[in-house]
Design a protein around this ligand. Structure first.
Ligand code: AVI
Length: 320
C-alpha cells in the first residue's frame, strides 16, 4: 500500500492556521453568524456522521448503497474500464467497496478533509483487496485536488457519493463539478450521488432524528471550533434546529442559543440573544432534470441516472 498524505492539517501557529482562525472568527462575528459545515468533521464528528448514516430516518446512505448494489452491473457497463478510482470525501471508504469488485481499478485514491481518518480507511481497504494500490490525500476538496504522481492521467473515475454536492451552494456546486471534470480528465468520468426533493416530513426527520444523533453532530462543531479558535462555546447552551427551506430547496441546520450568552476567543468576542442562531449547514435537494443541466453546464458530455423506486435518490454517471 502506498502511504502518502500531502496537505496535512497545519500545526497551530503556521500562517495557514492563523488564516483559518481569522476566517472562523469573521464568520462568527457576522449576523447571522455562520460556522462552515467543514467543521463538523473532526474525529468525533466523522464517527457521529457514520452513526447518522445508520439511523432509520437517514434514508440517503442506504438508498444509495442499494442502488450501487442493485444497478452495479449497469453502472459498471456505463463506466467502462477504470484504471484509477478517486473518491472525494471518502470518509470510511464504505461505499467504494461496493464498486471495486465490478470496476477492478488498479489504484484507489481516497480524498478527505479528515486525513488521518481516511488514511486508516484506505489501509483497511488495501488489506481487503490485495493487489489494489491505495493512497490517502488529506485535503479540502473545494480547492483543486493534487493527486500523487503515481496516479495515471488516463482511465480515471471520480466518485462523489452521498449527495455531499448538496452541502455547497449552487455556484459552489458548479465550481466543484468543473473541478471534478478537470480531475477526471479526457475520457474519464464522474459517478455522483444526489439526494432528490421529497415530502418535507421525510426530509426533516432525516436531519432531526429521534435519537438526537444529528443534534449531537451539529453541536459537536462547537467543540471543534473551540479547539481551533480557542473559543469558549458551552455546548449545553445550544440547541439543534433543522428545517426544509422550500424556496431554496434545501435543508438548513442551525444552532440556536437557549439563552442570552457571550462567547469569547483570543482577540474577539460576541454576544448572542436568546433564540439567535448560527447557520451551520445547507443540504440542497436538486430535482434530477436540474442537476442534469448543471452537469451539462459544467462541461460533461453525457449523463445517465439510476433512481430508486421512490425517486428519493439518484446515482449519475457523467462522461468528462
Ligand atoms: C455529508 N452530507 C451529504 C450530509 C447531508 O445529508 O447533507 C451531512 C449531514 N448533515 C446532517 N446529517 C447529515
Amino acid at each position: 500500500a502506498l502511504r502518502l498524505v500531502p496537505n496535512l492539517p497545519d500545526p497551530a501557529g503556521t500562517p495557514e492556521a492563523l488564516d483559518e482562525r481569522a476566517a472562523i472568527a469573521q464568520e462568527l462575528a457576522r449576523t447571522p453568524a455562520r460556522i462552515s459545515a467543514k467543521y463538523f468533521y473532526d474525529q468525533r464528528g466523522c464517527e457521529l456522521f457514520e452513526a447518522i448514516t445508520r439511523l432509520p430516518e437517514y434514508y440517503p446512505t442506504r438508498t444509495e448503497k442499494a442502488l450501487l448494489i442493485e444497478r452495479g452491473a449497469e453502472i459498471a457497463q456505463s463506466v467502462g474500464p477504470v484504471t484509477s478510482l478517486i473518491e472525494l470525501g471518502a470518509g470510511n471508504c464504505e461505499k467504494v467497496r461496493l464498486l471495486l469488485p465490478a470496476l477492478q481499478p488498479r489504484c484507489f485514491v481516497g480524498v478527505d478533509i479528515a486525513g488521518d481518518f481516511v488514511q486508516g480507511a484506505v489501509d483497511q481497504l488495501a488489506q481487503e483487496f490485495p493487489g489494489l494500490e491505495v493512497c490517502a490525500v488529506g485535503t479540502d476538496i473545494t480547492a483543486p485536488v493534487t493527486l500523487p504522481a503515481q496516479v495515471a492521467p488516463g482511465g480515471r473515475l471520480v466518485f462523489y457519493p452521498g449527495s455531499s454536492i448538496g452541502n455547497f451552494n449552487p455556484s459552489g456546486a458548479m465550481t466543484l463539478l468543473r473541478q471534478m471534470r478537470a480531475l477526471a480528465g479526457q475520457g474519464g468520468g464522474l459517478l455522483i450521488g444526489i439526494d432528490l426533493p421529497k415530502a418535507t416530513a421525510v426530509l426533516e426527520a432525516a436531519y432531526d432524528d429521534a435519537q438526537g444523533v444529528t443534534a449531537e453532530f451539529n453541536v459537536n462543531a462547537l467543540r471543534h471550533v473551540n479547539r481551533l479558535l480557542g473559543s469558549d462555546f458551552d455546548t449545553s447552551q445550544w440547541e439543534h434546529v433543522a428545517f426544509f427551506n422550500h424556496a431554496r430547496s434545501r435543508i438548513e441546520m442551525h444552532l440556536q442559543a437557549r439563552e442570552a450568552l457571550q462567547v469569547r476567543w483570543p482577540g474577539g468576542e460576541r454576544t448572542f440573544a436568546a433564540g439567535e442562531r448560527i447557520h451551520t449547514e445547507n443540504s440542497y435537494k436538486y430535482p434530477l432534470p436540474l442537476f442534469m443541466q448543471m452537469l451539462t453546464q459544467a462541461g460533461f458530455k453525457t449523463a445517465r441516472a439510476w433512481t430508486d423506486d421512490n425517486d428519493w435518490f439518484a446515482v449519475i454517471h457523467a462522461q468528462a
